[in-house]
Design a protein around this ligand. Structure first.
Ligand SMILES: NC(=O)c1ccc[n+]([C@@H]2O[C@H](COP(=O)([O-])OP(=O)(O)OC[C@H]3O[C@@H](n4cnc5c(N)ncnc54)[C@H](O)[C@@H]3O)[C@@H](O)[C@H]2O)c1
Length: 282
């Protein structure tokens, strides 16, 4: 593989594009407008500059990233790509529309991947003529830092596609694990019930939020406690994922606690809005 397309340059797409460009791939980023494209690419350059300031990236690497990145607002411009990673909003209809288009635009041998957290990958593969070459590549936030990528195999993905996906992930300096195409894959299937249990414990009112967080930090060595982590991820995002998991498995472990629903309704969505389990307004 030499050229990679990344559709969507938000939180995840910008990180995925950065690590691709940094690893020597010609990388074509697609966004919906010039304004959002500029915002996404500026964000990448700011992140790279931070990396230089912290001594994690060199000026030469920054030059390589800039030279390898290209942006466009036309999906047709990914026609030469060997792999396209879709990282647009978590909306199944929008993703299906993009996969239909990508199937038409790209060469038949190109691989098509989605970074979805909760959509069934086979639902996207099914709108293409190449379901054997469609896979999930589930990166973690922040992409330049987090080492894991879940390589998702649907019931139609070929062995060769999985091997190529894993090889690509390794070439980015990351570690692949292969997962089945079941809702939430591996990490979220373990992480989400843990986060929901922390909210249930808070709801019972016998332990303070600070003590819940301190327990997991000091008792288990986690870098942050579950309620702080929820504030970082977004209460709405986790609520949305939990609902999808509950719909799929009907397992009470995945049922969102009532407090989460009320926080979402109140707009207490976490750090991004200045208020979640903690106050970030200052
Ligand atoms: N946020 C996370 O922590 C996280 C982690 C793993 C996976 N994901 C998944 O990654 C995907 C993207 O999430 P995000 O957090 O980066 O969202 P985001 O809202 O930050 O970015 C999505 C971007 O896609 C763009 N977009 C929408 N439609 C488009 C189109 N037709 N063509 C090109 N660009 C388009 C939007 O303009 C936006 O900039 C979702 O599927 C999400 O489930 C998110």
């Amino acid at each position: 593989m030499k050229t990679i397309g990344v559709v969507g340059c938000g939180l995840m797409g910008s990180g995925i594009a950065q690590v691709c460009a940094q690893s020597g791939y010609k990388t074509m980023i697609v966004e919906v407008s010039d304004e959002l494209l500029k915002k996404g690419i500026d964000g990448i350059h700011r992140g790279v500059q931070k990396g230089i300031d912290k001594g994690k990236l060199t000026a030469d690497q920054a030059k390589q990233i800039a030279a390898n990145l290209q942006g466009t607002t036309k999906l047709e411009d990914v026609d030469e790509c060997d792999l396209v990673v879709e990282a647009v909003i978590e909306n199944v209809d929008e993703k299906k529309r993009i996969f239909t288009e990508l199937d038409r635009i790209t060469r038949p041998e190109a691989l098509l991947a989605t970074n979805t957290s909760s959509v069934c990958v086979i639902e996207l593969a099914a709108v293409t003529e190449r379901p054997d070459r469609v896979l999930g590549l589930h990166f973690f936030n922040p992409v330049p830092v987090m080492k894991l990528v879940e390589v998702v195999r649907t019931i139609a993905t070929s062995d060769e596609t999985i091997a190529q996906g894993r090889e690509f992930v390794a070439s980015l300096g990351k570690q692949p694990i292969t997962c089945p195409d079941t809702t939430a894959f591996v990490v979220n299937k373990l992480l989400v019930p843990y986060l929901l249990d922390a909210v249930r414990m808070l709801e019972q009112g016998q332990v303070t939020r600070e003590d819940i967080d301190k327990s997991m930090q000091l008792g288990c060595g986690y870098p942050m406690g579950p309620l702080t982590l929820l504030d970082f991820v977004g209460i709405d995002t986790t609520y949305y994922i939990a609902n999808i998991m509950f719909d799929e498995f009907k397992n009470p472990r995945y049922a969102a606690p009532p407090l989460m629903k009320r926080m979402v309704l109140a707009g207490h969505l976490g750090k991004k809005v200045g208020r979640g389990f903690y106050d970030y307004s200052k």
